[in-house]
Design a binder for this molecule. Structure first.
Ligand code: 13P
Length: 239
C-alpha cells in the first residue's frame, strides 16, 4: 500500500525565532498521527538548520522549497542541493507555481532540478497544475499531461512525489472538489506509476483533508496557509 505524505509549505514566512517557537510548541503536543503517513514542513532555506535542530522526531521531514540547477559556482543568490543535503534536508519542492509565475521556471528547469535532487538522494516534490484560464477552457488534463511528461522525463517514478496544485485553488480558499482532485490525480497516476506518491494542494484545511485523503489516487497534501499554525498543522497530520 502506498504511504500518504502531508507536507506544509511555509513559503516565505517565519523568522528564525518564529520557527523555533513553532517547534517548541509542536514538541510539547502528544500526537496521534495518521498511520502509514509521512509528514513535515518545507521551510525557507536560511531557517532549515533551526527546524532540523529543534525537531525531536527524526522522521519529521524537513524539506526545502527550491534548489539551483547548478551544484556550485558563480550563481549569486542560488542554493545548491549539496548545501541543503548537508543540512539534513530529505525532500525539496520543485516547480511550485509561484516559482513558475514569478521566476519564469519552465518544465525543463523542473526536470533538471529534479534530476539533480535525485542524484543526491533528495526526493523532489514536483508541482504541476493548470491556471484558472486553462481550467475554465477545459484544458486542465491536456496542460497537466504536458507538464508531467516534460517534468518527469528520465526520472525514477518510484522515487518522486508529484503535487497536483491547480493554480486557481492556491491561497484562494477555492479548493477543488474531492471528485475533481481524484480525476486529476488519477490522470497523473496513468502518466506516472502505481508507486508514485501524488499529493493534492490548494486551500487544503483541517476540515477538508480527511475526505480528500479518502480519494484512491490522492496520496497526500501540500498545504500552505493551514500549515503555519501549530494547532492547524497538527490537525492536518492527526487522524
Ligand atoms: P494554500 O494551501 O495556502 O492554498 O497553498 C497551497 C500551496 O501552494 C502549497 O504549496
Amino acid at each position: 500500500m502506498r504511504k500518504k505524505i502531508i507536507i506544509g509549505n511555509w513559503k516565505m514566512n517565519k523568522t528564525s525565532k518564529e520557527v523555533k517557537e513553532f517547534f517548541e510548541e509542536f514538541n510539547k503536543k502528544e500526537l496521534k498521527t495518521r498511520s502509514n503517513t509521512l509528514y513535515g514542513l518545507a521551510i525557507p532555506a536560511c531557517n532549515i538548520p533551526f527546524a532540523i535542530d529543534k525537531r525531536v522526531n527524526k522522521k519529521f521531514i524537513v524539506a526545502a522549497q527550491d534548489i539551483s540547477k547548478h551544484l556550485s559556482g558563480a550563481f549569486t543568490g542560488e542554493i545548491s542541493i549539496l548545501m541543503l543535503k548537508d543540512l539534513g534536508v530529505s525532500h525539496v519542492i520543485i516547480g511550485h507555481s509561484e516559482r513558475r509565475i514569478y521566476h519564469g521556471e519552465t518544465d525543463q528547469d523542473v526536470n533538471t532540478k529534479a534530476k539533480i535532487a535525485l542524484e543526491h538522494g533528495v526526493i523532489p516534490i514536483i508541482c504541476v497544475g493548470e491556471t484558472l484560464e486553462q481550467y475554465e477552457s477545459k484544458q486542465s488534463k491536456k496542460i497537466v499531461e504536458k507538464q508531467i511528461k516534460d517534468c518527469v522525463k528520465d526520472l525514477d517514478l518510484s522515487k518522486i512525489v508529484i503535487a497536483y496544485e491547480p493554480v486557481w485553488a492556491i491561497g484562494t480558499g477555492k479548493t477543488a472538489t474531492n471528485e475533481y482532485a481524484q480525476v486529476m490525480c488519477n490522470h497523473i497516476r496513468k502518466l506516472t506509476s502505481d508507486d508514485t506518491l501524488i499529493q493534492y494542494g490548494g486551500s487544503v484545511t483541517p476540515e477538508t483533508i480527511n475526505d480528500l485523503l479518502k480519494q484512491p489516487d490522492v496520496d497526500g497534501a501540500l498545504v500552505g496557509g493551514a500549515s503555519l499554525k501549530v494547532d492547524s498543522f497538527i490537525k492536518l497530520i492527526e487522524k
